[in-house]
Design a protein around this ligand. Structure first.
Ligand SMILES: NC(=O)c1ccc[n+]([C@@H]2O[C@H](COP(=O)([O-])OP(=O)(O)OC[C@H]3O[C@@H](n4cnc5c(N)ncnc54)[C@H](O)[C@@H]3O)[C@@H](O)[C@H]2O)c1
Length: 342
């Protein structure tokens, strides 16, 4: 059995690969990743030694690379993480998101169809539903909620989801889709809220907060996300969408306060910065369908997960540097330890 994982050198994909290796020692794992700024070989370093693992540096948008890989590997299943994933970057450069997230998904779907893949799992986000009002107790999104993406990132993910589901309806490709809330844990690139906050705090700087900081996100420990995908591969029904969320809603201000407290700093060491354009107010997901059909339950509480995350970044301060910062330091001869992506 061969599983192709796209974007496996990124934050969530690298955890997924490690967990799949632990759970299924004889499974052949193939990772296709372009190694953009967000991907790193270090995140999958232990796997690189494993003879049932193959890493291919390549672009999901490149039909020749993708079709050749499918021809060589004949994957039984594909779990598709590869994406441009940062909302702010999508506001700066929407075309890149359209290319990778929509056209790239299209290439993978075509290859999956051509080579008779038995499951194509599209990893998506709760952001496709848009946002909920901050006040008024509006119920969390279900899989039947309308798609109302706010950012070019979310719109590109919604488009990819719809494309994948159309391949199920039109061609009978066995597709499943999962839409997960905000993930956190080790190996997240330091442009996202939690590692950014930890980086500023450890440098003794105030943590920048968009706008009032009242925006609410629903947080999930990254390994709980990966285990949900594993269960959907086993028990999920083809053509279905599954929300993944643990109902851990926090305002950004409250979350940053918790991180600062874990670091032994005052909870209010924050500074307000101009709000993100089109900034979603509240995300909240109803994951009852996933729990009912697969038995999934989150294993790690936010208190424990946040403590583990802070601890990990304390031990790996080089992962709090952006690629540009690491490059600058290594050019100056300050540190080679960060090791840029290969
Ligand atoms: N991070 C979250 O909170 C979250 C929540 C829900 C869903 N998701 C989804 O999960 C997936 C993974 O998210 P992440 O946070 O790990 O992202 P990430 O940005 O950390 O990693 C993305 C990976 O995709 C690779 N990649 C990018 N463009 C590529 C291309 N053209 N060809 C091949 N590889 C390419 C990158 O090199 C990187 O390794 C994404 O599809 C994202 O939309 C993320």
């Amino acid at each position: 059995m061969t599983l192709l994982v796209t974007g496996g050198a990124g934050f969530i994909g690298s955890h997924f690969l490690r967990i799949m290796r632990e759970q299924y020692p004889s499974l052949r794992l193939v990772c296709l990743d372009k190694l953009t700024y967000a991907g790193s070989r270090e995140a999958i370093a232990p796997l690189l030694e494993d003879n049932r693992f193959r890493f291919v540096k390549g672009d999901i948008c490149d039909g020749e690379t993708v079709f050749t890989l499918f021809d060589e590997e004949r994957p039984d299943a594909v779990v598709h993480f590869a994406a441009e994933s940062h909302v702010d970057r999508s506001i700066e450069d929407p075309a890149l998101f359209l290319r990778t997230n929509v056209l790239g998904t299209g290439v993978l779907l075509d290859a999956s169809r051509a080579f008779g893949v038995r499951r194509f799992h599209q990893v998506s986000t709760d952001e496709v539903y848009g946002d909920l009002p901050l006040h008024g107790g509006v119920s969390p999104f279900t899989e039947l909620s309308p798609l109302r993406p706010s950012s070019p990132y979310a719109a590109s993910k919604a488009s990819a989801d719809l494309l994948a589901l159309s391949y199920f309806r039109t061609y009978g490709l066995p597709v499943t889709v999962s839409r997960c809330s905000n993930n956190y844990g080790p190996w997240q690139y330091p442009e996202k809220l939690i590692p950014t906050a930890i980086a500023h705090a450890l440098r003794g700087e105030s943590v920048p907060l968009y706008g009032s900081g009242e925006n609410v996100r629903d947080w999930l420990w990254v390994e709980d996300h990966c285990r949900a995908i594993e269960l959907i591969l086993h028990k999920g029904r083809e053509g279905e969408v599954y929300n993944i969320g643990a109902g851990c809603e926090r305002s950004n201000r409250a979350l940053v306060g918790e991180l600062l407290a874990l670091l032994g700093l005052p909870r209010d060491a924050v500074v307000q910065v101009p709000d993100r354009r089109g900034h979603d107010l509240r995300y909240a997901l109803n994951a009852e369908k996933l729990m009912r059909e697969t038995g999934w339950r989150p294993q790690v509480s936010p208190e424990r997960g946040l403590a583990l995350t802070v601890e990990w970044y304390r031990k790996h301060p080089e992962r709090l540097q952006t690629v540009a910062e690491r490059g600058r330091e290594s050019r100056l001869g300050v540190s080679e330890a960060g090791g840029l992506r290969g």
